[in-house]
Ligand binder design. Sequence first.
Ligand SMILES: Cc1ncc(C[n+]2csc(CCOP(=O)(O)OP(=O)(O)O)c2C)c(N)n1
Ligand SMILES: [Mg+2]
Length: 390
Amino acid sequence: MSQPLQPWGGPPGATPHADAMTASDEMVQLLTPEGRRVEHPDFAFTGDDAEIAGLLREMVLARRLDLEGTSLQRQGELGLWPPLLGQEAAQIGSGRAVRDADMVFPTYREHGVAMLRGVPVGDMLALFRGTSMGDWDIDEHRFGQYQIIIGAQTLHATGYAMALQRDGLIGNPEPDRNAAVLVYHGDGASSQGDVNESYVFAASFQAPVVFFCMNNQWAISEPSTRQSRIPLYQRAWGYGFPGVRVDGNDVLAVKAVTDWAMERARQGQGPAFIEAFTYRMGAHTTSDDPTKYRLSEETEAWRRKDPIERVKTYLLDAGAIDDGWLSDLDAEADALGEHIRSTCRQLDSESLAHRFDVLFREPTAESEDDRDAHLSYLARFEPLSEESAR
Ligand SMILES: Cc1ncc(C[n+]2csc(CCOP(=O)(O)OP(=O)(O)O)c2C)c(N)n1
Ligand SMILES: [Mg+2]
């Protein structure tokens, strides 16, 4: 931000008002849906075209990961899949603003961010195949477990941020010693009590946490306009921290705004709220049928704001990439698709006995007793044939 915020936390020039649900002029945008770069008074993308090409590559790979997940569910290989289609820019732009020492708390839809954090594809798929509880190494990837309980991760994130603060990991003169937390939640989640309690704690303690509200316009069949009488980002001002609405389909703007919010958190300037204005192009999950509650015109209008197409157009026009570059990327996405499919089919159910082994860092006498009781219970049965064990 080039200018200081107003005393109530709002950006310069803004006034809180109650009738601005669709005020798109309040949205930070740096790349239009037509692929044209535009200026914003407060935010700028500082990377070069090579970096933008890197973001394009990651968005394309995230989209492929997601399409494979949906297909694998349709083929009966996964029990469920929550698609990210349409939210690639919001995920990759924000995920790229995270540094190694930072910590991320996701919902169940942040597959693109998980990919950036190096979470193995098999670990992501296992949760939705029902072969594990989704327990990847949180410390190694600095990426929390997927959270199905709407909004619960905001409490964990705020607590974690308060711990960073107490460990002296913010506001140090050496930038590498500082860290912050990025927590994702949905538009629907913003109505949860847990989430609002997190906002209060974050503000009261000036915790280094950035709330990244993925406003994909829908909470299953409930439109986001029903969650709030004012634009979601303006709610932050009532808690006492800045709130910014960004074009969630513009990867440059998302990266710039998230960089700003994370850096001020790392420097000890407290929490911030980012509303990424985007759209869930697919179903809520593979168990949902969005044609029952929304109009195809709406989806079509958002298709014209596709987050990937605008970056492709910009880079092609700038001469930074060409058709050869794009076909190499297609080949890379195809290889990823093959890796995802073969990894998925090899995921075997783990035994319940294994659960007792990973319940605590060190097994306790009780967890060992419980595991042994479970094993001796199993031993009472005839071994199952491979067919009936499935
Ligand atoms: C505490 C809780 N209440 C209800 C649900 C059921 N539920 C699952 S997803 C969802 C909607 C979430 O919408 P939003 O926060 O906008 O996230 P999105 O799915 O759009 O990414 C609900 C109500 C749940 N999982 N947890
Ligand atoms: Mg939503």
